[in-house]
Unconditional design. Structure first.
Length: 331
């Protein structure tokens, strides 16, 4: 409990010193430390690019030390673009589990020295929206659905295709909890317009040395209203060697952008499974508010909602949380 209180007051103090979007921001000690850490992340991305290039590329394709010495600074922005680390201390409370403190983290390093299509990733949790750094291209939007498996993983993602109508990627790496375990994935998403709606079909095949094979199919329909509102309908089915038959989810969400720096996100849905019979296991509703602070690298997110579990006879169980999102590097 003491750790949770420390984290809570740390969140409040850091968000308070940063201010809110729209206020005049002066450089502070925190800004200087952030700039230093961001430069460190970019330097590590550059070094990783150089090492991989020296190992993989032919000798005539490698950059010479003379080139790196005189042109490295000029090329660094190109090589490190999109290489960032996200650290998000959070404090969650629920009627069932009480107060829980945790720190989420995620890293994406672009390996341009090897190929524009390669990314290095490091995640504190297995995220369902892990299809080539969506946070980087649209970091004000939150994921519509997440698989909150608390198992740190790291590896490489290779983006096979990134066209308007389809995105295909393959990834491989290690899951570190409870012990290092190899895993592989292929992800494919296909898009088409149906009048005012945007339809998306996603297919994932995955293998884990400990949990075995599995696949996830997802169908999603998105419709914008004016420039600030978005309605989304999502249905997904996951089969694996550890699931109860087929795990099912149906979710409806509504997002309103008040500005490029803040939004509110409403989400409700039902989760269930197919064995021993088709049953609804949980209903939920969430309200998420995200606000960018006066720095473009700092966000504060508040969440509240209700859970309804089968084992509790679907009685309402309130939940709440606060999260501070910090970005370091070239985001």
């Amino acid at each position: 409990m003491t750790r949770s209180l420390r984290l809570y007051f740390g969140l409040v103090l850091l968000s308070g010193t940063a201010g809110f979007a729209g206020e005049e921001a002066e450089e502070t000690f925190t800004d200087k430390q952030h700039r230093g850490l961001s430069r460190f992340v970019i330097r590590q991305a550059e070094r990783l690019n150089e090492r991989l290039a020296d190992v993989v590329l032919d000798e005539e394709e490698r950059e010479t030390q003379l080139y790196r010495q005189f042109y490295g600074d000029r090329d660094s922005a190109y090589h490190a673009l999109g290489s960032y680390i996200e650290i998000a201390p959070r404090l969650d409370w629920s009627e069932r589990d009480g107060v829980r403190a945790d720190v989420d983290f995620s890293a994406r390093l672009r390996l341009r020295g090897l190929s524009d299509r390669f990314r290095f990733f490091l995640d504190s949790q297995d995220s369902d929206q892990e299809l080539i750094d969506e946070l980087f291209v649209d970091r004000y939007r939150s994921a519509s659905q997440r698989e909150l498996r608390q198992d740190t993983s790291a590896g490489l993602i290779y983006q096979i295709s990134d066209r308007v109508s389809r995105r295909v990627s393959v990834s491989g790496g290690l899951r570190f909890r409870p012990s290092p375990t190899p895993r592989l994935r292929t992800d494919a998403r296909f898009f088409t317009d149906l009048g005012s709606w945007r339809a998306e079909f996603g297919q994932r095949l995955f293998w884990d040395m400990e949990d075995g094979f599995g696949e996830r199919s997802q169908l999603q329909f998105t419709r914008p209203f004016a420039d600030a509102h978005t309605l989304r309908l999502t249905s997904s089915a996951v089969w694996s060697e550890t699931s109860q038959g087929v795990d099912l989810a149906h979710i409806i969400s509504w997002k309103t952008d008040f500005s490029p720096q803040r939004f509110v996100f409403l989400r409700a849905g039902v989760l269930g499974y197919s064995e021993p019979q088709v049953e609804s296991d949980q209903y939920f509703a969430r309200v998420v508010y995200r606000q960018r602070a006066s720095r473009d690298w700092l966000f504060i997110e508040l969440e509240t909602g209700l859970d309804f579990y089968r084992e509790d006879d679907f009685e309402a169980s309130p939940v709440a949380g606060i999260k501070l999102i910090c970005l370091f590097g070239s985001y």
